[in-house]
Design a protein around this ligand. Structure first.
Ligand SMILES: *Cc1c(COP(=O)(O)O)cnc(C)c1O
Length: 375
């Protein structure tokens, strides 16, 4: 059966061009990037090229990019690494209730270690309240960590304003941009972002490679001891092939940015139109305007989302209930709870996230199946 994939917020397929670029580094170019001989220097050059590609996409200096193994590691390194290096300046961190668990659980760990964390509320569309943010700031606040865009409902936070608020008060601003990279144009200088996390597999690079941007001058501790790779901030022999992959993938996606965004916006809006027209009692979750182009989160009132997903799977359709990261977790999603979704809409919430290979015909097939299943 043909697979129709609508779960790009969980992960994306690796692009052909990316695989092609990586293959030499899985084969004959196997050198250790720390070595002196040319085989090692080739690996070093490839990593530096990728560092440049990532830096260019977000408008920073290549020396401000640190490669990691994933988005979760980038979030841990940014938040814990910064907290440990700066606890003499204060022990208060501000984040939101709708962060990914890579941020939320990192903050929970820091709380056990004596840090104080404020978890900001969001309104019914998933926006943090800037007044609440300002009111939460104390002389002990050292870090604000607010995600660029939410992985479940696609809401894009007022990042530029948060950056301003942080800058005016000399507080460092980290953003988990794992969902936003590739979908939103990001200029870290213009937005006053001091640290930013990304993950390759959310934008058509392979799983197992991420990056963290840390502005020059922002102090953070390494979390892993060993070699001096990544400017002595992340020990471990570099994963050259995957680093080459993330560099190529980010370059490709930003070169095709307008086309990609228009396509996803149109497909997503077409889905919203069709699903609300053909199925009764459908509620769209999240904001309609400030939203990731490929994200659709909808509730089928009074229905069970997992049951719908199983039936969709039988029809070759991949989608996600609430958040893909918590299929093993029967607890209701922290995001849908935080936006105050009523029980009758909570259980029947599904996320469809579109990608570059989806077509209108795929969306028609999806809506037809949904219509039958929900009836
Ligand atoms: C997927 C995701 C992560 C985790 O990234 P991994 O590379 O899977 O560790 C973190 N934050 C957000 C918002 C995500 O969507």
């Amino acid at each position: 059966m043909k697979v129709r994939y609508f779960d790009h917020a969980a992960t994306t397929p690796v692009r052909e061009e990316v695989i092609k670029e990586m293959i030499p580094y899985l084969g004959e170019q196997y050198g250790n990037a720390s070595a002196m001989y040319s085989l090692g220097r080739n690996a070093r050059k490839a990593i530096n090229k990728a560092r440049g590609q990532v830096a260019k996409a977000i408008n920073c200096n290549p020396h401000e990019i640190y490669f990691t193994s994933c988005g979760s590691e980038s979030d841990n390194l940014a938040i814990k690494g910064f907290a440990y290096a700066n606890h003499d300046k204060g022990n208060h961190i501000i984040t939101s209730k709708i962060e990914h668990h890579a941020v939320l659980d990192t903050c929970k760990t820091l709380e056990k270690q004596g840090f104080k964390v404020t978890y900001l509320n969001v309104n019914e569309n998933g926006f943090v309240d800037l007044q609440e943010l300002v009111n939460s700031i104390t002389p002990n606040t050292i870090l604000i960590s607010i995600m660029f865009a939410n992985n479940e409902i696609g809401t894009i936070e007022p990042i530029e304003k948060i950056g301003e608020i942080a800058k005016q008060r000399n507080i460092v601003f980290h953003t988990d941009a794992v969902q936003a990279i590739g979908n939103v144009r990001i200029d870290v200088k213009k937005l006053n972002i001091d640290m930013l996390s990304m993950s390759g597999h959310k934008f058509y690079a392979p799983k197992g490679v991420g990056a963290l941007y840390v502005k020059n001058g922002v102090k953070f501790n390494k979390l892993q001891d060993g070699g001096e790779q990544e400017n002595n901030k992340r020990a471990g022999t570099e994963n050259v092939a995957e680093i080459v992959g993330i560099g190529k993938a980010i370059e490709l996606i930003y070169n095709e940015y307008d086309e990609y965004n228009n396509k996803l916006n149109n497909l997503r809006n077409y889905f919203f139109d069709e699903v609300t027209k053909n199925i009764p009692d459908v509620k769209i979750n999240g904001d309609l305007e400030k939203r990731l182009p490929g994200n659709a989160n909808v509730s089928f009132k009074g229905k069970n989302g997992s049951e719908i997903l199983l039936k969709l799977d039988e029809a070759g359709i991949c989608a996600s209930a609430g958040s893909a990261c918590s299929t093993a977790n029967p607890m209701p999603s922290n995001v849908l709870t935080a936006i105050g979704l009523k029980q009758e809409f909570l259980d029947g919430a599904l996320r469809f996230s579109f990608g570059k290979d989806n077509t209108k015909e795929d969306v028609d097939y999806l809506v037809q199946n949904l219509q039958q299943i929900v009836k």
